[in-house]
Design a protein around this ligand. Structure first.
Ligand SMILES: C[N+](C)(C)CCCC[C@H](N)C(=O)O
Ligand SMILES: O=C(O)CCC(=O)C(=O)O
Ligand SMILES: [Fe+2]
Length: 419
């Protein structure tokens, strides 16, 4: 079976990535060493507005964008008091009562607004800038999550400061700076934290809620083989994301090394979004395969008190279909399960694509190595940045937890950040 047909069956509603008009690459602006996503600004470049009623949609040209709004959509999103409760930000309108082939009886535009009168006399008013911000065409050009993708040089040159424990706990501005860096780079540090599990928990509560898993809430582990996983040994671990075997992998991972009396044990960090972007630029077909083919990850634990069987299914690269922006990477070769849902010819091509991504991720120039010390707490975006570790000797005690992603983004938004 051809790949195209497999895609059609699995994701018939999606356009092939190669056919999407504005590929991800063209939406990146490169400045010196830095790669940054566009931020769409609502401010229109030109305030002139043209509109045209087409058979199925209203075409609106405004602020340098040509936008298309379906009539049902325009009726459904009406912000009038009877259709929308602006106190609760919830829809009042019962969408099921809207005639699917509805068409405005009258249309008018002034300097700032579009006015539509519907056949029953109801009037909808949209500000043109609101329409520009909320149009499909506008969204296609903007990033959901502005970010700076990095290799080790880019990260080192950015000289991203760590937050300071005292300030972090008391000053919202320090928290905001920390979260801005975390959103941009997918990693951030707090220094000067007392080397205890309690203080580590306290520091995380500024950011989000703990995501309890079968490993507990806060964990504090050594190489004692207490659980059925290589993390609980002294062995090196290649770069990976954690909990790839959850339907929704944990959003954030927190590490605080409370003690290490021995050698080795450095932490490896790699920006998975940077590697994915390299694949997209070099071999878009491989990017597409990694974004389309669902893969299983599995955690089977069978040691004394701990019996767990977790399965998570999803592509290695999770992308928003309208703009190809990668929002989550599921990459863990240890926990990847049997591949049995893909025909053999596609399997081979998937392995080729996976190999290319792995090659990018393993390039030494993409690796950031840090030695975690007591007092230095590391937050990792587990949907983006891979972590690994060097083998070590001696007693090494690592504490930390997972955090819920929604609540971290909620904190960021409450401080005025785009998240
Ligand atoms: C972090 N902590 C030690 C609690 C758990 C480690 C989980 C390791 C697992 N192979 C995974 O990648 O998800
Ligand atoms: O020991 C470490 O530094 C990290 C181990 C690991 O990958 C994990 O706990 O998720
Ligand atoms: Fe891990």
């Amino acid at each position: 079976m051809s790949l195209a047909r497999v895609f059609f069956r699995l994701h018939g509603y999606l356009q092939p990535i190669s056919k999407i008009q504005a590929p991800l690459v063209s939406r990146l602006i490169r400045t010196q060493n830095e790669v940054r996503y566009w931020q769409y600004t609502a401010a229109p470049q030109s305030t002139s507005c043209h509109w045209q009623l087409q058979e199925e949609c209203l075409e609106l040209s405004y602020g340098g964008l040509v936008m298309h709004f379906d009539y049902v959509w325009l009726r459904d999103h009406c912000r009038s008091a009877s259709c929308y409760n602006s106190k609760t930000n919830q829809r009042n309108l019962d969408t099921s009562h809207v005639e699917l082939n509805i068409c405005p009886a009258n249309t008018r535009v002034d300097d700032e607004n579009l006015f539509l009168t519907w056949p029953d006399g109801h009037v909808t008013k949209y500000s043109l800038s609101w329409l520009a911000q909320n149009s499909y065409e506008g969204q296609k050009q903007s990033a959901m999550q502005p970010r700076i993708i990095w290799n080790s040089d880019i990260y080192a040159n950015a000289k991203v400061p760590s937050a300071n424990w005292d300030k972090f706990m008391t000053c919202d501005d320090e928290l905001k700076k920390f979260l801005r860096n975390f959103l941009l780079y997918g990693i951030a540090f707090v220094e000067g934290v007392p080397p205890t599990v309690e203080a580590t928990e306290t520091v995380t509560q500024r950011v989000s809620l703990i995501r309890e898993t079968m490993y507990g809430k806060m964990w504090n582990f050594t190489s004692d083989f207490s659980r059925g996983d290589t993390a609980y040994t002294k062995l090196a671990l290649d770069r990976h994301t954690d909990t790839s075997y959850f339907q929704e992998p944990c959003g954030i991972q927190v590490f605080h090394c409370l003690k290490h009396e021995g050698t080795g044990g450095r932490t490896l960090l790699v920006d998975g979004f940077y590697s994915a972007d390299q694949v997209l630029q070099k071999t878009p077909d491989n990017f597409e395969l990694l974004a389309r083919v669902p893969i299983k990850h599995e955690y089977i634990e069978n040691v004394s008190d701990h019996r767990n069987h977790m399965i998570g299914i999803g592509p290695v690269l999770n992308v928003y279909p309208w703009n190809n922006e990668v929002f989550m990477i599921r990459y863990n070769n240890y926990d990847r399960a049997v591949i049995n849902t893909i025909p053999h010819d596609v399997v081979k091509r998937w392995y080729v694509a996976h190999r290319e991504l792995t090659t990018e991720m393993r390039k030494p120039e993409n690796e950031l190595w840090v030695k975690l010390k007591p007092g230095k707490v590391l937050f990792i975006d587990n949907w983006r940045v891979m972590h690994g570790r060097e083998s070590f000797t001696g007693l090494r005690q690592l504490c930390g937890c997972y955090l819920t992603r929604d609540d971290a983004l909620n904190t960021a938004r409450s401080l005025g950040l785009q998240a």
